[in-house]
Design a protein around this ligand. Structure first.
Ligand code: HEM
Length: 319
C-alpha cells in the first residue's frame, strides 16, 4: 500500500491533469461557439437542471459546467485531506486553501461570462479584458495545485534567505502569465475575426483601421519571444546555482516546452489557427507553465538555504 503522503500527492497530480482537461474543454466551448449553449442562464441551463432535447452547443457548454463543478468538489476533497493529513502551517494546507479560493473565483468568472453574455460574437472591450483575466486565474489555479502536490511530497519552497532569487523567479512566472494573457487576446481576435488567408491576416495586423483586437494580436508573439529568452536565461542560471537533479530536469523540460510552443505558435499563424491547433497550443501553454512553476519551486527548496546543507549549489538528491 502507498504511504498516505504519496497518495495525497498522487491525488493532487491527478487533479492537476483533470484541471488541464477542463481548461481545454473550456477553450473548445469558445472555439465551437457554444458559450451561449445554455442561454444566459446560470447555474441552470436554459432554465432547467437537465435541458430537454439539447443542441450540440448546449451539450458542449453543459459538459464544461459539470466537469468544472466536479473540479471544485475534488479541490474540496483535497483540502479536507490536507487538513487531516498535514500539521498546521504545512504547505499542502496552504496550497489547497489557495486552490479552493482560485477555483471559486474561476467559477464566478465563468458564470460572469454567461450572465453578462460575453460569449459567441460579443466584440465588447469588457470581453477583451475579461478573457485574459480568466486565463490568468486559470494559470494561478494550476500553479497552486502543483504547489500543493509538491509540498505533499515534502518539498518545501521558501522565500526566506534566498537573496534576489524570488525576484528572478517571480519575473519568470509573471512574464509567462502575461504571455498567456496576451494569447487569450489573440485567441479572441482569431475567434471573432477569422482570417481567410495568411497574407490578409498579416496585413490586418498592421492596419490602423482594423479592429483593436486584431491590432493587439502582434503583442502575443512579441511577448512570447521575450519571455522565452528570459526563461532560458533563468533555466541556465538556476541549473548553475541550484544544481539539483530536479532543477536540471525541469529546466530541460522547460526548454523543450518552449521550443514546441514556439513551433506551434508559428504553425498557428501559418495555418490560420484551426480549432485543433488552438487546443494543442493551449495544452502546450499549460505544460510550459507547469515546467516554469516546477523549476521555480524546486529552485526555492528550503534545503538549498539550510545552514546544515550549505547555500546555493548544494546537491539535494530528492525526486
Ligand atoms: C512561447 C510561449 C507561448 C505561450 C505560453 C503561448 C500561450 C498562448 C495561450 C495561452 C493562448 C490562448 C489560448 C486560448 O485561450 O485558447 C495563445 C494563443 C495564440 N498564440 Fe500563443 N503562446 C506562445 C507563443 C506563441 C508564438 C511564438 C506565436 C506565434 C508566432 C503564438 C501564436 C498564437 C496565436 C495565433 C494564438 C491564437 C490562436 C489560439 O488560441 O491558439 N503563440 N497562446
Amino acid at each position: 500500500m502507498k504511504p498516505p503522503r504519496l497518495a495525497f500527492s498522487t491525488f493532487a497530480w491527478i487533479l492537476f491533469a483533470y484541471l488541464v482537461l477542463v481548461i481545454l474543454w473550456g477553450a473548445w466551448v469558445r472555439i465551437s461557439g457554444s458559450g451561449a449553449g445554455c442561454g444566459s442562464h446560470w447555474p441552470l441551463c436554459n432554465g432547467a437542471v437537465v435541458p430537454m432535447s439539447p443542441t450540440l452547443e448546449t451539450l458542449t457548454e453543459l459538459v464544461h459546467r459539470v466537469t468544472s463543478t466536479l473540479s471544485g468538489l475534488l479541490i474540496i476533497a483535497m483540502l479536507v485531506w490536507a487538513f487531516r493529513r498535514f500539521p498546521k502551517g504545512h504547505g499542502a494546507r496552504l496550497g489547497s486553501v489557495l486552490a479552493l479560493v482560485f477555483v471559486i473565483i474561476e467559477g464566478l468568472l465563468g458564470a460572469g461570462l454567461v450572465v453578462f453574455e460575453l460569449v459567441g460574437n460579443n466584440e465588447s472591450a469588457v470581453r477583451a479584458v475579461y478573457l485574459p483575466l480568466h486565463l490568468a486565474n486559470t494559470f494561478v489555479l494550476l500553479g497552486v495545485t502543483a504547489y500543493t502536490a509538491l509540498t505533499g511530497q515534502n518539498i518545501r519552497p521558501t522565500l526566506r534567505s534566498q537573496g534576489s532569487l524570488p525576484l528572478l523567479v517571480g519575473g519568470g512566472l509573471l512574464l509567462t502569465l502575461l504571455v498567456g494573457m496576451s494569447g487569450a487576446i489573440a485567441a479572441l481576435g482569431d475567434t471573432l475575426y477569422p482570417a481567410h488567408s495568411l497574407e490578409s491576416a498579416l496585413r490586418h495586423d498592421f492596419d490602423a483601421a482594423a479592429p483593436l483586437l486584431i491590432q493587439l494580436r502582434v503583442l502575443h508573439p512579441t511577448l512570447a519571444i521575450a519571455s522565452a529568452v528570459y526563461l532560458v536565461f533563468l533555466g541556465v542560471l538556476l541549473s548553475a546555482q541550484r544544481s539539483t537533479p530536479a532543477v536540471k530536469v525541469w529546466s530541460k523540460a522547460l526548454y523543450l516546452a518552449i521550443a514546441l510552443q514556439i513551433a506551434a505558435g508559428i504553425a498557428n499563424v501559418a495555418l490560420l489557427a484551426p480549432g485543433w491547433l488552438q487546443i494543442v497550443h493551449l495544452l502546450l501553454a499549460c505544460l510550459m507553465w507547469l515546467c516554469t512553476v516546477m523549476l521555480c519551486l524546486h529552485a526555492l527548496d528550503h534545503r538549498l538555504v539550510s545552514p546544515r546543507l550549505g547555500l546555493a549549489g548544494a546537491q539535494v538528491g530528492h525526486d
